[in-house]
Design a protein around this ligand. Structure first.
Ligand SMILES: *Cc1c(COP(=O)(O)O)cnc(C)c1O
Length: 360
């Protein structure tokens, strides 16, 4: 068996150890005589998996007791709608900071639900950077302020979270949750599709401060109301059991690695390897993001011409590097280097980049 150098943006690389554990348990989970997929979600055996995953996430992210952790479905994209449906009341305004396509999509859903405004946008600069605190228009009376912590497509990342004047901060952390330590108590709500840093697709994690649950209106459809899932410990209906099981295993793997701080050091090293290759290429490789806004998760870059980019991607694919094409909306190249991508994969890509540059 040969494992690929996987730089897909999502679904993305999972730790090999996690896959091997799942493989070993596939036919007989913990002596039950069946796969975890075949267990009732009301069984004791599954309940231990479900609770264990939630507890692990609480520990790893240091989630305070006044927050609920929910495991939902529908991806981050459903949260684009659920956030305003639950948190944006009549006569109130939600403030969206636009730093890329995902924040624009989040805003587009909120517009359908209620009143919104744009507190800042770097669209005119092709989303090359994150706005500074001084550029943010936050009045302090908004229902919430929404940001995208890491912009998967453009390769930018908030380095410091904004001061929102006491307004609840809501973050789409799909592509950088668990990549570095941060203070959960600064946020009102955090959501993340699992398929980048947490596990397989099909699970969405929502972390919500309990007082915000009081905002949801009774008239909301049951499944779209956060309270439904908070009250039922995310077991109101059948949860994505296999995804939650794998997520729990990814969290155990992070624990064994030394926790989020240790993972962050490794992520910094991986990003440095690739950004150094870009910065020391004499302009052959050009980073899309401004240096101060660079993402540790998605390294976006261009080559001098589109022809060279095509050639680069074709040769990289032939050499065993997968997923290096930029998002279909902006083209170019992108290496997604989430938690499970090993340092060696980044070193191999750097060596390939150096050799390709020397040849051209
Ligand atoms: C991948 C991604 C999404 C979309 O997630 P789905 O689970 O496909 O809905 C949303 N936001 C960000 C920041 C992403 O990286």
């Amino acid at each position: 068996m040969k494992r690929a150098y996987n730089f897909y943006a999502g679904p993305a690389a999972l730790p090999l150890e996690v896959l091997q554990e799942a493989q070993a348990e596939l036919l007989d989970f913990g002596g039950t005589g069946m796969s975890v997929m075949e267990l009732s979600h009301r069984s004791k055996d599954y309940d231990a998996v479900h609770e264990g995953a939630g507890q692990r996430l609480r520990q790893l992210l240091n989630i305070p007791a006044d927050y609920e952790v929910l495991f939902l479905q529908g991806g981050a994209s459903l949260q684009f709608a659920m956030v305003p449906l639950n948190l944006l009341g009549e006569g109130e305004t939600a403030n969206y900071i636009l730093t890329g396509s995902w924040s624009e999509k989040a805003l587009a859903e909120a517009v359908k639900v209620g009143q919104t405004k744009v507190g800042a946008s770097t669209k005119e600069e092709k989303f090359r950077r994150i706005p500074s605190q001084g550029e943010l228009e936050i009045t302090g009376d908004e229902a919430y302020v929404h940001i995208t912590s890491n912009n998967t497509i453009y390769g930018t990342q908030w380095q410091e979270f904004p001061d929102t004047k006491g307004v609840p901060l809501v973050a789409d952390m799909s592509s950088d949750i668990l990549s570095k330590p941060f203070d959960v108590s600064r946020f009102g709500l955090i959501y993340a599709g699992a398929q980048k840093n947490l596990g397989p697709s099909g699970v969405t994690v929502v972390i919500i401060r309990r007082d915000l649950l009081g905002r949801s209106r009774e008239e909301l459809p049951t499944m779209l109301n956060y309270n439904t899932h908070a009250k039922a410990r995310s077991l109101y209906n059948t949860p994505p059991t296999f995804g939650i099981y794998l997520l729990g295993k990814v969290l155990s793997w992070v624990e064994r690695k030394g926790g989020v701080a240790a993972i962050a050091r490794q992520n910094e090293l991986k990003a440095r390897i690739l950004y150094d290759a870009i910065d020391q290429s004499g302009g052959f490789y050009r980073g899309h993001a401004e240096k101060e806004s660079r993402s540790l998760m998605n390294v976006t870059f261009n080559l001098p011409t589109e022809e060279l980019e095509k050639e680069f991607l074709a040769e990289a694919a032939a050499a065993g590097f997968v997923g290096l094409g930029g998002h279909r909306s902006i083209g170019g190249c992108r290496a997604s280097i989430y938690n499970a991508v090993p340092v060696e994969a980044c070193e191999a890509l750097r060596d390939f980049m150096l050799a390709f540059k020397a040849k051209h």
